[in-house]
Design a protein around this ligand. Structure first.
Ligand SMILES: *Cc1c(COP(=O)(O)O)cnc(C)c1O
Length: 457
């Protein structure tokens, strides 16, 4: 039991999905930030580069189930999972045990120097659980952006072509190539150019705003691609099956399959960036499964290893093998501790009912957010799948995005002990990414705080 759990023995519950036995409650004993958190925020301002921001001014000391506990003893409801990372819950016991065992064995040999089994086992697991029955291979990296960079390298080598198409509202990371792929200038790109060349942008299906049928929207995108890039020059199309940072935009039915079919017919590698949508989050193991598509390559990270840094590219064996030996890798890629954590996490995803749990959470979110929307015209759209849902806030008179309202609601929620994240090209979306280990009553309480924050805004 953690020190904090020990201080509150009456309220300790064993959440069915693990966590360090923290009391599963919203508990505010100071205002947010409390004095100890404020001290850390002040030190951060002195020591950490200003470009690294923070959403909640708290000094986290423990987390598990559905809460994050701060240094002042406040217990906040976590509706963000550290951006869709702690999907199975923070400090999941199986991950903790696997990490502790591995860290005592060896911490690093470099897989490119002296390989080890856990990396190979993670690759085998990814090859097995990603969409499609074809022969697959994987390569492991440290971060989502690094996986995206490598997917593009592999697609270029395989096709002998250079251009890459990304979509409006897309987010693929913060490195130079992935900044170029990312759509939104502020805060991700502004002032950080010049960007990598041979990147082009196509229009996305955004049903709430374009009102287009999915096939029609896909044909529009394909026309832009054919006219402005040309299939002969195009190595890859990269897309998030459900847009993450861009606003949890779910494309209309038919959009993704039409794009995939066009790629197949034109020798273009179709890359699904499932870094945010992957691993049971949407109520399927991968969001591609929601749309019945089979990507050529798929990038994963975030939820993959229960909080440890790991990322992967998985895909058709003949594409993955196009890069020459020594062409892929990195000092830390597929670190043994991260691999041990991933094997434990994938075991939980597959065998501990995570897909069903994501669907249950999706039903609760759909109900509660739907009721809010019915009663409040400032919620223009509620969308998403499973434990990846969002509400888009608008001016009811004009339908224009209302970023100020969104920011105000999020700020009130955090002050009231509920961590919510915003997103969207127009900054007018609140996204809900609770850990699947959150108890139902805590999720309901968190959503009640959101409703009250909206009512008072
Ligand atoms: C977070 C994210 C990335 C970047 O991952 P990092 O680990 O932050 O580099 C790329 N693509 C998508 C869809 C993401 O959500």
């Amino acid at each position: 039991m953690s020190a904090i759990a020990a201080e509150h023995p009456d309220t300790v519950v064993n959440t069915p999905l693990g966590g360090p036995g923290l009391p599963q409650e919203r508990r505010l004993v100071t205002s947010i930030p409390g004095p100890r958190s404020q001290e850390l925020i002040d030190r951060k301002a002195q020591a950490v580069a200003a470009g690294v921001g923070h959403t909640a001014a708290v000094h986290a000391v423990a987390a598990g189930g559905g809460v994050i506990v701060d240094a002042d003893g406040n217990s906040l409801i976590d509706l963000g999972s550290g951006i869709a990372v702690t999907t199975i819950g923070n400090a999941h016991p199986k991950v903790v045990a696997a990490v502790q065992e591995q860290v005592a064995q060896f911490t690093h040999t470099c897989f490119m120097i002296a390989p080890y089994e856990s990396y190979v086992s993670v690759a085998e697991a990814l090859n097995r659980i990603t969409p499609g029955e074809h022969a697959k291979k994987s390569a492991l990296f440290n971060s989502g952006a690094e996986a995206v960079e490598n997917a593009v390298k592999i697609a270029r080598k395989f096709t002998g072509k250079q251009a890459v198409v990304a979509f409006d509202h897309g987010y693929h990371g913060r490195t130079n190539l992935t900044m170029a792929l990312t759509a939104k200038s502020m805060p991700y790109k502004s002032g950080f150019g010049p960007f990598a060349s041979e990147i082009y942008r196509a229009p996305l299906s955004y049903p709430f705003r374009d009102r287009l049928d999915g096939v029609v929207a896909a044909k529009k995108a394909i026309s832009v691609i054919e006219k402005q890039v040309g299939a002969d020059n195009l190595a890859a199309v990269i897309i998030e099956p459900i847009q993450g940072e861009g606003g949890f935009i779910v494309p209309a039915d038919g959009f993704l399959p039409t794009i995939v079919d066009w790629c197949r017919a034109n020798d273009v590698v179709f890359i699904a960036d499932e870094i945010q949508t992957g691993f049971a989050r949407t109520g399927e193991m991968f969001a591609s499964d929601l749309f019945g598509i089979v990507p050529d390559l798929i990038t994963t990270a975030k939820g993959i290893a229960g909080g440890l840094p790991l990322a992967a590219v998985t895909g058709r064996a003949e594409i993955m093998d196009a890069a020459h030996t020594g062409g892929l890798g990195g000092t830390y890629g597929g670190n043994p501790i991260a691999c041990a954590a991933a094997l434990a996490a994938i075991d939980v995803f597959e065998n501990d009912g995570m897909i069903e749990r994501a669907r249950e959470i999706g039903a609760i979110l759909t109900d509660r957010l739907g009721a809010l929307q019915a009663a409040d015209p400032r919620i223009g759209d509620v969308r998403g799948h499973g434990a990846m849902m969002a509400a888009e806030f608008v001016d009811p008179a004009t339908g224009e995005p209302d970023a100020a309202l969104t920011a105000a609601v999020a700020k009130t929620c955090i002050a009231q002990g509920v961590i919510v994240l915003t997103c969207g090209t127009y900054g007018n979306v609140i996204r809900f990414l609770p850990p699947l280990s959150i108890p139902d009553d805590l999720l309901h309480e968190g959503l009640g705080v959101v409703a009250a924050a909206l009512a008072s805004a």
